[in-house]
Design a protein around this ligand. Structure first.
Ligand code: ZN
Length: 307
């Protein structure tokens, strides 16, 4: 049972991505210069904010000045018919970027997420992820020549002779799994990760490898990290996690046995928790996962189920 059907943090933004319009450079140029267009400035993965941590949105002459100083400008989509762009000021000193944008501070969207509307958090995260990708793809991995942005910043093309390779924004999927015990009483498996403080438990997760399905990755990661064989995989939902390029895919699965074995490096400890134990932790003020993450959702959904 789902406790909450709202989109997870960083999803469900207010933009129409308007993918069919990106490939028209004339349309992009016209909208860039258009008086109604909006520009979100970012600096080194951070939102530029003013007046009570509100992300800055520029129009008109202020937007034009920032565009002129930006390393990259990308088209994010349309909002109520207005074109929305993001500009990367990472090449400037922080003080210069703040002054150009008329901002007070540069803050990570994850630090702001509780104070932003969900749609605003989604759009800021989208801009962060796309601009980050551009900074990492200045050169072609095939021939080493410079690459050039196309399609409103959703493709880069190699400018090298006899190459022309196209680079597309890359997503790195990871699975995150709430593992249930094979028999009563109902329990779920939580682990303490290397570097996590005493008593900080979360669900198990790992990156999907090349040549692997999501389901294969769930089975492999649970076996590698916790020595658990899992069955009855059930998809629970996914979360954009562009920090810098993640996509978290949530599952439930059932362990074939209660035996757990951790490697002591990646996972320091893994053990079974009943719903009552988790409720006690919540009552004691110990959060179940990061509040903006799918981990939190998986745990609270399970907690809302019946023993
Ligand atoms: Zn090339």
């Amino acid at each position: 049972m789902r406790t909450d059907e709202r989109p997870l943090a960083y999803g469900g933004g207010w933009l129409d991505r308007a993918g069919g319009l990106r490939a028209d450079p004339e349309w992009i140029s016209e909208r860039l210069a258009g008086a109604g267009s909006v520009l979100l400035p970012l600096w080194r993965d951070r939102c530029l904010v003013s007046a009570g941590d509100t992300p800055v949105r520029l129009t008109g002459a202020a937007a034009a000045e920032v565009r002129g100083a930006a390393d990259e400008v990308v088209f994010l989509g349309l909002a109520d018919g207005a074109a929305v762009f993001a500009a990367d000021l990472s090449g400037r000193a922080e003080s210069h970027a703040l002054r150009l944008a008329g901002a007070d501070a540069a803050l990570d969207v994850r630090a702001l997420v509780g104070r932003l509307g969900p749609g605003d958090a989604a759009v800021q995260a989208y801009a962060r992820g796309l601009l980050h990708w551009h900074r990492q793809q200045r050169h072609c991995g095939g021939c080493g020549a410079a690459t050039v942005s196309h399609d409103g910043g959703h493709v880069r093309a190699c400018a090298g002779p006899d190459c022309g390779r196209l680079l597309f924004p890359r997503i790195e999927p990871a699975i995150i799994v709430l593992v249930e015990a094979p028999g009563p009483p109902a329990r779920c498996l939580l682990a303490r990760h290397g570097g996590a403080p005493e008593g900080a438990y979360s669900t198990l997760a790992g990156f999907v490898e090349v040549g692997e399905s999501l389901e294969d990755a769930v089975r492999r990661e649970m076996a590698e990290e916790a020595g658990v064989t899992v069955t009855d995989l059930a998809y629970q939902g996914s979360q954009a996690w562009p920090f810098p390029a993640g996509l978290m895919v949530g599952f439930r699965a059932t362990a074939a046995s209660e035996e757990v074995r951790v490697d002591g490096v990646e996972l320091l400890e893994a053990r079974w928790f009943t719903r009552d134990e988790l409720r006690e932790r919540v009552a004691a003020g110990k959060p179940l996962g990061r509040v903006d993450s799918i981990d939190h959702r998986l745990l609270h959904d399970w907690l809302a189920g019946r023993d």
